[in-house]
Design a protein around this ligand. Sequence first.
Ligand code: FAS
Ligand code: PHB
Length: 421
Amino acid sequence: MPDGQALPKLAFIVLRQLNGDTPMSTTRTQVAIVGAGPSGLLLGQLLHKAGIDAIIVERQTGDYVLSRIRAGVLEQVCIDLLDEAGVGQRMHKEGLIHGGFDLLFKGKRHRIDMNQLTGGKNVMVYGQTELTRDLMDARQAAGLTTIYEAGNVQVHDFDSQKPRVTYEKNGQLHTIECDFIAGCDGFHGVCRASAPKNGIKEFEKVYPFGWLGVLSDTPPVHHELIYANSPRGFALCSQRSETRSRYYLQVPLTDKVEQWSDEAFWAELRNRLDPEARDKLVTGPSIEKSIAPLRSFVTEPMRFGRMFLAGDAGHIVPPTGAKGLNLAATDVKYLSTAFIEYYQENTEAGIDSYSERCLRRIWRAERFSWWFTQLMHRFPGEGEIAQKFQEAELDYLIHSESGSRTIAENYVGLPLDFGDH
Ligand code: FAS
Ligand code: PHB
């Protein structure tokens, strides 16, 4: 090493081990899960219920994971999966059942009656933070291993029968030997980034705006969600409970959250609402405020030997259609079933079909999320005629039963076997 150049940290630890003065540990498990967000935690819980051993490695602290305010709407498939995982009790107690939502355009609101249009289906409003907390509590109560604050996580030999995950913690290099690696480490994770470049295809569309989100301990402006198409930009009125609201405004990608005072946020939200909502809006201090970029992103395939991507590690949707978390849940359903079949029935059929089964559902959700985003947002440079086209399409949709049904059946989530027959 030329003088003066610091050794890379991992190399330094390995060298110290060669000198025998830094302990290293090796652990064995069946499934090594990278990432303790909803995907990783839900997978760990479903595998545990089936008697399959899994270790979760997470680079942040548990509190940090809980501090990220994300999704709010659960499809029935997700609700059923949480029940199957044995963590649905608080969700059913505190979650809010919604049978419809309002579309607001040209200053008027129109309700999409999802329950009537889909033969009785609803969605559940229950924050991702609470769902993640329920999964964390269940994992801790079962005495299962989650390594938080794991540094320099890396995945190895997933194209062999003996994949490994390594990470650093407390000055030690740790190795987890496993049968499979589940990449549940989100969009910026290490697993997809470690896939062979000649074996992966990524599809991406980045939208020319973001969502400025505010969480406030104020009563929701309406008992259901309001999606607003306004000449000033998109707005969404959502909620977490009867005393906690979640609001979003479309903002330019160049905006920084520091530029937005609470007062400015509430004033702009009012500008994008109808008179009734404007009058009923209860404002208060933001308890969380952040700007999220919007993108459509899909990785094909989602399997690389014995490493499998699930959730945001494999795909991202613009949150307009409330699909991100729900897609993650379906990936986890397919992946947990595949692992259970492997260990209990000694078959690789589920493993071999995992990627194709996920991608069919992913692309349908990507299409709906893209379509709804195009319909509700202002796109720079498209002029006033684009607003007129959107208003005409919205006007058609709310006056056409089939048009309203297409929104409703996609929003509540297509059946898992959709298109199979
Ligand atoms: P996550 O990103 O939630 O979790 C991945 C975990 O892996 C994280 O805890 C991360 O710390 C960890 N990790 C990353 N790299 C690692 C490494 N190298 N080693 C170990 N661990 C690592 N969806 C909606 O439906 N509605 C919304 O309004 C909405 N808003 C969103 C806002 C933002 C800013 C983002 C990023 C996403 C939003 N989503 C929304 C989508 C979101 O809910 C995701 O779909 C959901 O978090 C997916 O969960 P995971 O797949 O577990 O990924
Ligand atoms: C939310 O409550 O965070 C939420 C709800 C619906 C969406 C996106 C986000 O489409």
